[in-house]
Design a protein around this ligand. Structure first.
Ligand SMILES: [Zn+2]
Length: 383
């Protein structure tokens, strides 16, 4: 059973990130792990994070939806967690997958404000409406995870809906995310990179791409490292990015970030590091058709270029049209610039396009990060 819990925690690890292009909601880990009423179990349980992430994926009808977690430093030594859970959270902290802070203060709301993300919390923010008016003015922007029939459900603080609503990133957020930042602290997991890890830089588990840096915090108007409280250096313009999504059988399975100058290979099992692996979602026929590396995406001067590198070829669905006469063949070694709305089709039902142009079309149940959870952890109350 220990082994199974580890597997669940590994699955959850794939759903926490501080990448502004990928995170879909912000939460406070110390709060979420204490939602004892979700399962009636022990006072603190890291698996509750998985339950809340699952609920978010269900509501957004999209698989592999990551959250931006703020973590109070005290959590790393919280005696209510198991030693295994504390170790996992420390690993997430070291890898910059979560943001660990000595004093989180309003950071959760600041991140949500800068990035335009919804907040998942039961806390009331009435006193902060001056600084963050959207907390009380925008329906669906703040939601409380509460016990429901099949796991947690969300209730909006304002408007009574239950689907998280994203806002626009604030003007300050747009400005901050146009630059790369450098923390003077050695090996900073949030704003390091470029040898920040010193002698062991090559051993770092995760290489943080500058394009995936979290938003700095502002102290007196100065961009500051939220972890170290140090003033950040401006390291030049941030590389341009485009967020693409993979839709298989009508359901968006995952998103990925395409950064200028860094091509990404997508296929059944691409050998390139950072390649997007589709194999686990494909049936036998699709697996036979789709090459290990099937298409390559590049972001160049703001355009997305796709090149077929497969054996069998691909197709373009212009403007997302599913009418067969509209489909344009993309033969092996052919390239094409993706026009607005265009989808690349590797095999019928296996499509890739810009994330904001590729809604989940089908009523599917996303894969649970809790699928491997031992039944004991899943003792959900049945109202
Ligand atoms: Zn730092």
């Amino acid at each position: 059973m220990r082994f199974e819990i580890s597997k669940v925690l590994d699955a959850i690890e794939g759903r926490v990130c501080t990448d502004p292009s990928l995170a879909r909601a912000v939460l406070d880990l110390a709060e979420v792990i204490r939602y004892q009423d979700l399962d009636g179990g022990r006072p603190a349980n890291l698996l509750r994070l998985g339950m809340v992430i699952d609920a978010l994926a269900r509501d957004l009808t999209e698989d592999n939806v990551p959250v931006y977690a703020i973590v109070h430093r005290a959590l790393l030594s919280d005696a209510d967690l198991t030693s295994n859970e504390r170790m996992v959270v420390r690993r997430w902290a070291d890898d910059g997958l979560v943001e660990v802070l000595d004093n989180p203060g309003d950071r959760m709301l600041e991140v949500a404000d800068l990035l335009g993300l919804p907040v998942l919390s039961r806390a009331r923010f009435d006193g902060l409406r001056g600084r963050f008016p959207w907390t009380v003015e925008q329906p669906g922007r703040v939601l409380a995870p509460v016990p429901g029939a099949g796991g947690p459900v969300f209730i909006a603080h304002v408007g009574g809906g239950n689907v998280p609503v994203a806002g626009a990133p604030s003007a300050t957020g747009v400005k901050l995310l146009a630059r790369q930042w450098r923390c003077p602290e050695q090996g900073c997991a949030l704003f390091g990179g470029g040898g920040g890890g010193g002698a062991f830089a090559d051993l770092a588990r995760v290489e943080r791409a500058p394009a995936g840096q979290p938003p700095p915090t502002l102290r007196g108007g100065v961009p500051t490292c939220p972890r170290h409280g140090t003033r950040l250096g401006d390291a030049g313009p941030r590389p341009r990015t485009e967020v693409l999504a993979v839709r298989i059988g009508g359901l968006v399975r995952r998103r990925f970030v395409l950064t200028e100058g860094q091509p990404v290979l997508v296929g059944r099992a691409p050998e390139q590091q950072g390649g997007i692996v589709l194999g686990q979602w494909l049936n036998d026929e699709a697996r036979r058709w789709i090459s290990r590396g099937h298409v390559r995406f590049e972001c160049r001067v703001g355009e997305v270029i796709v090149t077929d590198v497969s054996t069998n070829g691909s197709g373009i669905r212009p403007g997302g049209s599913m009418a067969e006469p509209d489909r344009i063949a993309l033969k092996p070694q052919q390239s094409r610039v993706l026009a607005p709305g265009d989808l690349v089709e590797l095999y019928p039902g296996v499509q890739i396009g810009r994330a904001d142009e590729l809604p989940s079309g089908a009523a599917f149940t996303p894969n649970s990060v809790m699928a491997e959870a031992p039944t004991m952890a899943m003792r959900l109350p049945r109202p």
